[in-house]
Design a protein around this ligand. Structure first.
Ligand code: GLV
Ligand code: GLV
Length: 317
C-alpha cells in the first residue's frame, strides 16, 4: 500500500511506515508542494500525511481514488474539508497533545516578548545604538497581579493558563463548555468573550479555526480591549480580523501584539512589517525537536492503524 507525505517531516514517520512494509514517497523540496504535483501524487495512494500548508478541498478529496486516511501533521485541521472527507469515507486525524507544551511555551515567549520589549532591547544593542542603562528605557508591563484571558480552553489553552498562573496572574477563560480541570488547576473563571476582552490585560487565543470562530476577534471585540492590553495569537490567523487589529495597533490602542500565525501565510499583510508594537514569529508554535518528532510518529501510527484495519489513535470528530 502506498503512502504519500506532502512535505519534509522528521524521518521517524517514514521509518515506521517502511517497517510495516508500506511504499512511502515524500515531497522533499523546500517549497510547499504545488497543487498540480499534489493532485498527481494523491490520486492513487492509500494514505496521505498532510502538512497544514496543503489545502484538501472538496475537489481534491473527490479526485482521490483509494485514500483511506488523511493524517494531518498538525493539531489544527482547518486545511481539510472534513465534510467531503467524511462523505468519501476518508478518516482524518490530527496530532493533539504531543505539541501542547511546545505551543504553550511559545505562547508565553510571545507574551513576555511583547510585555517586556525583548525584541526592541535586542535590536537596540545590535544596531549599536545602546548608550547605557537608563531608568526609563524600554519600560514594559509586569504580569504579576494582571488578568490573563484565555480564549479557547482546550489542551493548549489550559497549558498556557498553568504557565500564566505561575507568573501571578488571575486567569479568566472563554470556552464553549466549562473546563473543570483548568478551574481546578488555576482557579480560572469562565466568562463571556466580551467580558474576557474587556477585562484582560493579556489575551491569548487558542480557539480552533471554524466557520464559527472566523474573525471572532472582530472590530467590536478589539474596541472593547483595555488600552494597554497585550494580545497574542498562536492559534490561526483568521480567528482575528487582522486589518482591524492592525488599525488598533497603529493607533496605539493596545500595548503590543504577538503573532505566530497570520491570515494568508506566508504572504502576510505588509502593514505588519512596519508596526513597532508587534512581535512576529513564523508559525513555530510546535517547532521543538520533541513535538515535531512526536507528531511524525503519531501521524505515521494513525496511518498504520487505519491501513491495517485498526482504529486511528487521534481521529478528529
Ligand atoms: C499548528 O499550527 C498546528 O495546528 O499544529
Ligand atoms: C486544541 O486542539 C488543543 O489541543 O488545545
Amino acid at each position: 500500500m502506498k503512502v504519500f507525505i506532502t512535505g519534509k517531516i522528521p524521518v521517524a514517520a517514514k521509518e515506521l511506515l517502511l517497517k510495516e512494509g508500506f511504499d512511502v514517497s515524500v515531497y522533499t523540496r523546500d517549497n510547499s508542494i504545488p497543487s498540480d504535483i499534489l493532485m498527481k501524487k494523491v490520486r492513487n495512494v492509500d494514505a496521505v500525511i498532510s502538512l497544514l500548508t496543503e489545502k484538501f478541498s472538496e475537489d481534491i478529496i473527490a479526485w482521490m481514488q483509494r485514500c483511506k486516511i488523511i493524517a494531518n501533521y498538525a493539531v489544527g485541521f482547518n486545511n481539510i474539508d472534513l465534510k467531503a472527507a467524511k462523505e468519501k469515507g476518508i478518516i482524518v486525524t490530527n496530532t493533539p497533545d504531543i505539541l501542547t507544551n511546545a505551543t504553550a511555551d511559545i505562547t508565553m515567549s510571545l507574551v513576555l516578548a511583547c510585555a517586556r520589549n525583548i525584541i526592541h532591547g535586542s535590536e537596540l544593542i545590535k544596531s549599536m545604538m545602546w548608550k547605557g542603562w537608563r531608568a526609563e528605557q524600554l519600560l514594559g508591563i509586569e504580569l504579576n497581579g494582571k488578568t490573563f484571558g484565555i480564549a479557547g480552553a482546550g489542551r493548549i489553552g489550559t497549558a498556557v493558563a498553568v504557565r500564566a498562573k505561575s507568573f501571578g496572574t488571575k486567569i479568566i477563560y472563554y470556552n464553549r463548555s466549562k473546563n473543570s480541570e483548568l478551574e481546578k488547576l488555576t482557579g480560572a473563571k469562565k466568562v463571556s468573550l466580551n467580558k474576557l476582552v474587556e477585562s484582560s490585560d493579556v489575551i491569548s487565543l487558542h480557539l480552533p479555526l471554524t466557520p464559527a470562530t472566523f474573525h471572532i476577534i472582530d472590530k467590536d471585540k478589539i474596541n472593547r480591549m483595555k488600552k494597554n492590553a497585550v494580545l497574542v495569537n498562536t492559534a490561526r490567523g483568521e480567528i482575528v480580523d487582522e486589518s482591524e487589529l492592525i488599525k488598533a495597533l497603529k493607533a496605539g490602542k493596545l500595548f503590543s501584539a504577538g503573532f505566530d500565525v497570520y491570515t494568508n501565510e506566508p504572504n502576510i499583510n505588509k502593514e505588519l512589517y512596519k508596526l513597532k508594537n508587534v512581535v512576529l514569529l513564523p508559525h513555530i508554535g510546535s517547532a521543538t525537536f520533541e513535538a515535531r518528532n512526536g507528531m511524525a510518529i503519531l501521524a505515521a501510527q494513525n496511518v498504520i492503524n487505519v491501513l491495517q484495519g485498526k482504529k486511528p489513535l487521534t481521529p478528529v470528530c
